[in-house]
Design a protein around this ligand. Structure first.
Ligand code: RBZ
Ligand code: NIO
Length: 363
């Protein structure tokens, strides 16, 4: 099976022309130049990505990728593996945090089942993309076969394709997979050459002895898989299905010109894989929040990202990204609807005239 085109080719970059127009517009609005801080940068970046003078975040498409992890055999999560399958049903019936937030935002929410150890019924609202019941335990062997990696990336690309067909303005990827903070930390350690003691964290709520054990599991796994550090080899070595699918979805959105709002620790690691493979994908990403998972900052640093929020959230599911959407909508509303100095008849005295190219302190 071949990789999708979106994985093998770099995406086009967002429009420099619309970025310039949007920045000019910001400087005409009835406010001191730069005074809306990061809200200005969000609006201008979105205008550039959407190739429009009037950016919008009305239509949001959320894809939740779920899959089980063989590394759960090493007792690295505070919760049992069966929760992954149970949460798939909970997403579908509207009871999960992301289900509530999706409804609040009027977003479309789809759940993609990539394979769980516990049986899940075929629910009409869950997309069946089962690759295998689980990845394998990466302490012993590669988490995925090459074919499984390719399949997962394809399933991610298909989600991006559905998002494009739905005409969405912004894509949010989320994940569910007990054990996936261990996978994500291992991937980040391998790609960034970091010590697992720094990047392993409590995940769903391990105590300090549990976090130490988790770091030791990752150290053993890194020693086993230290031959090939390319993004593809690292993804294959440490999994999981949902992280590979998220990387595929992120690349697929970038290729189709869809802005992506990145969630917390796990989705950021998927973004790190995609950007390591194709650096131009970075231009299509906005970062929603800083997760309480301690390793997140190292990933954000590697991606040169400043997230909008820092709420102490550590849930995943795309929930941190969903919570940031109202801010992005506010940024668009201000950019699109504020009066200009001219139209409002607000006089700019000679001394106060906005400097051309006035700097935004967040640039
Ligand atoms: C009920 C429940 C709902 C969740 N929703 C997301 N996660 C989050 O926790 C998991 C990762 O943490 P760890 O690596 O420690 O297992 C992932 O499934 C992630 O999405 C959840 C976890 C639980 C228990
Ligand atoms: O930030 C995340 O993505 C996260 C953190 C802890 C557990 N699950 C997800």
């Amino acid at each position: 099976m071949l990789f999708p085109v979106s994985w093998t080719n770099p995406p086009a970059l967002p429009s420099a022309h619309f970025l310039e127009l949007a920045m000019q517009r910001q400087n005409t609005l009835t406010k001191p130049a730069g005074s809306l801080g990061q809200l200005e940068a969000i609006a201008t970046q979105l205008a550039s990505m959407q190739g429009s003078e009037l950016p919008t975040a009305d239509k949001i498409h959320i894809s939740i990728f779920a899959g089980d992890h063989g590394v759960c055999a090493e007792a690295i999560s505070a919760y049992p593996q069966a929760v992954t399958a149970q949460m798939i049903a909970n997403f579908a019936s509207g009871g999960a945090a992301i289900s509530v937030l999706a409804k609040l935002l009027g977003a479309t929410l789809e759940v993609i089942n990539l394979g769980t150890v516990t049986d899940t019924p075929d629910l009409p609202s869950v997309i069946n993309a089962r690759i295998a019941p689980s990845t394998r335990n990466f302490v012993e062997i590669d988490a995925m076969t090459s074919q499984q990696v390719t399949k997962a990336i394809h399933f991610g690309d298909e989600a991006a394709q559905r998002a494009a067909r739905a005409g969405c303005h912004l894509f949010i990827g989320g994940e569910m997979g007990i054990g996936n903070t261990t996978s994500a930390a291992a991937i980040a350690c391998a790609l960034l050459n970091k010590n697992p003691i720094r990047l392993a964290g409590p995940g769903t709520g391990l105590d300090s002895a549990g976090v130490r054990h988790k770091a030791e599991v990752i150290i053993r796994a890194l020693q086993r898989h230290n031959d090939d550090q390319t993004p593809m080899a690292v993804l294959k070595a440490f999994g999981g299905f949902e992280i590979a699918a998220l990387a595929g979805a992120i690349a697929g959105c970038a290729a189709r010109g869809i802005p992506v709002l990145i969630d917390g620790f796990i989705v950021s690691v998927a973004a790190l894989i995609a950007v390591s493979e194709q650096p131009d994908i970075r231009a299509w990403l906005l970062f929603s929040h800083r997760s309480a998972e301690p390793g997140h900052q190292a990933i954000l640093d590697a991606l040169k990202a400043t997230p909008l929020l820092d709420m102490g959230m550590r849930l995943g599911e795309g929930s941190g990204a969903a919570v940031a959407v109202p801010l992005i909508r506010a940024a668009c509303a201000l950019h699109n609807n504020m009066a200009s100095f001219d139209s409002a008849g607000v006089n700019v005295g000679q001394n106060d005239a906005p400097q051309s190219g006035a700097t935004n302190r967040n640039d």
